[in-house]
Design a protein around this ligand. Structure first.
Ligand code: ADP
Ligand code: MG
Length: 370
C-alpha cells in the first residue's frame, strides 16, 4: 500500500498628505519633489496652531509626517539636515479634498477572541473622525489595513496545537515553498490533489496516467525524509477514485493507492482516506488548507474536497482555528457553502501562500513604511 503515515514524531490613517500639494498654500511653503513624491515643508508652522486654524477635530490623533529636505541658503549642493514637521489630517480642507480620492492607511489590528469577535474596538472607533472629516470635505476614502495578514501570520507562527496543514492542488512544484515552510511548523501534514502522484512514483508505485512531475521525484523523496526528521506526521491518501479519462462523465472506481490500473488516472481521494484525514483533523486546534483534494470542478470527483470543507466547518464550530487560502480552494468552500463557517478565508490567494512561506510581500512592506 502506498499510504504513508510517516511517523516522524511540522497599521488610520496616514492620509497621504504627501498628495502633490499644489502651491495653493502660503508662498512661504517650500515645495520639494523627492523620490517622485511632492512633499510640503511649512517651515514655520506648528502642528498645534495649524490644527486649530483648520478647525480640526481634536480627536484626530493621526498626524502626517511630512519629510522634507530643506534647501539650504548656503549654496547648491549642500544637503541640509532633514527636518520633520508634522501635519494633521485636520489641515486638509474642502479646497484640498473636494473630489479627491484619499488612500487611508488604517491600523485596525483589533484584538479578536477565538470566535473572531472584536474584543476591543478602540482602534476602529479612533479612525472614524478621520474618515468623517475626509468625507465631509468631499473626498472619497479608500481604507487599507492589514488585519487579514497579521491574523494569518500569527496563526501560523504561533498556532494552537496540534497544528495541521492540508495541502492539495495540481502540482507539487507550485507548493514546494509552502510545504517546506510548513514542515518546520506543523504537527500533521495531509497531502491530496494531483501532487500526490509524484510522491507515489517517488516511492516506486505505478500511477497509471495520473498527473506527475517526473523532475520532482527527488524533491518528493526529500520532503518525505524531511517530514520524518522533523517529526511531522505526513499522510498520503490510502485509496483513490480513479477515472478512465479526464472528463466529468468519466467512468470511475475506487482503488488502493498502490493499485492504480494502467491508463487510469487518480482524480480524487477515496472514502478510506477521507475517514483517515477527518480523524487526523479531529485531533487538531489549528488547520490551514490550500489546494483541493481532487478535480473538484467535476462533481463526480469533488467528494474528497467537499468532505474536507465540511470537516473544517464542523471543526470551526468546535473552536478550532480554520484557515483556507488559494483561489481554487476558496471556490471549493464557497461551492460547498461553508465559507462563512470558517475562521478565515484568505483572499490573498498566492500572496497568502507566500506569507506562509515567510516571504515579505512588497505591497505590505511598502504600507508598513507608510
Ligand atoms: P489553489 O488555487 O487553491 O491554490 P491549485 O491551483 O494549486 O489550488 O490547484 C487546484 C487545481 O488542482 C484544480 O484545478 C484541480 O482540478 C486540480 N487537481 C486537484 N486534484 C487533481 C488531480 N488528482 N489531478 C489533476 N488535477 C487535480
Ligand atoms: Mg489555483
Amino acid at each position: 500500500m502506498a499510504s504513508a503515515l510517516v511517523p516522524a514524531s511540522f497599521s488610520l490613517a496616514h492620509p497621504a498628505a504627501r498628495r502633490p500639494v499644489n502651491s495653493t498654500g502660503p508662498a512661504a511653503m517650500l515645495m520639494l519633489r523627492r523620490a517622485g513624491l511632492a512633499t510640503v515643508c511649512p517651515p514655520e508652522r506648528s502642528l498645534g496652531s495649524d490644527c486649530l486654524r483648520a478647525g480640526a477635530d481634536p480627536r484626530l490623533a493621526i498626524h502626517v509626517a511630512l519629510r522634507c529636505r530643506s534647501a539650504s541658503s548656503t549654496g547648491r549642493g549642500t544637503r541640509a539636515a532633514a527636518t520633520m514637521t508634522k501635519k494633521s489630517v485636520g489641515d486638509l480642507t474642502a479646497a484640498d479634498l473636494e473630489g479627491k480620492r484619499v488612500l487611508v492607511r488604517a491600523d485596525l489590528n483589533v484584538p479578536l477572541d477565538d470566535s473572531q469577535n472584536i474584543t476591543d474596538d478602540t482602534r476602529v472607533r479612533a479612525a472614524i473622525p478621520t474618515i468623517k472629516h475626509l468625507i465631509s470635505n468631499g473626498a472619497r476614502v479608500i481604507l487599507t489595513s492589514h488585519l487579514e495578514l497579521d491574523y494569518l501570520v500569527g496563526a501560523v507562527s504561533n498556532p494552537k496545537r496540534p497544528f495541521a496543514a492540508v495541502i492539495g492542488g495540481s502540482k507539487v512544484s507550485s507548493k514546494i515553498g509552502v510545504i517546506e515552510s510548513l514542515l518546520e511548523k506543523c504537527d500533521i501534514l495531509l497531502l491530496g490533489g494531483g501532487m500526490i502522484f509524484t510522491f507515489y512514483k517517488a516511492q516506486g508505485h505505478s500511477i497509471g496516467s495520473s498527473l506527475v512531475e517526473d523532475d520532482k521525484l527527488e524533491l518528493a523523496t526529500s520532503l518525505l525524509r524531511k517530514a520524518k526528521e522533523k517529526g511531522v506526521s505526513l499522510m498520503l491518501p490510502f485509496d483513490l477514485v480513479v477515472a478512465d479519462k479526464f472528463a466529468p462523465d468519466a467512468s470511475s472506481q475506487v482503488v488502493p493507492a498502490s493499485a492504480i490500473p494502467d491508463a487510469w488516472m487518480g482524480l480524487d481521494i477515496g472514502p478510506d482516506s477521507i475517514s483517515a484525514f477527518s480523524s487526523a483533523l479531529e485531533t487538531t486546534q489549528t488547520v490551514i488548507w490550500n489546494g483541493p483534494m481532487g478535480v473538484f470542478e467535476f462533481d463526480k470527483f469533488a467528494v474528497g474536497t467537499k468532505a474536507i470543507a465540511k470537516k473544517l466547518a464542523e471543526l470551526s464550530g468546535k473552536g478550532v482555528t480554520t484557515i483556507v487560502g488559494g483561489g481554487d480552494s476558496i471556490a471549493a468552500v464557497e461551492k460547498v457553502g461553508v465559507a462563512d463557517s470558517l475562521s478565515h478565508i484568505s483572499t490573498g490567494g498566492g500572496a497568502s501562500l507566500e506569507l506562509l512561506e515567510g516571504k515579505e510581500l512588497p505591497g505590505v512592506a511598502a504600507l508598513d513604511e507608510a
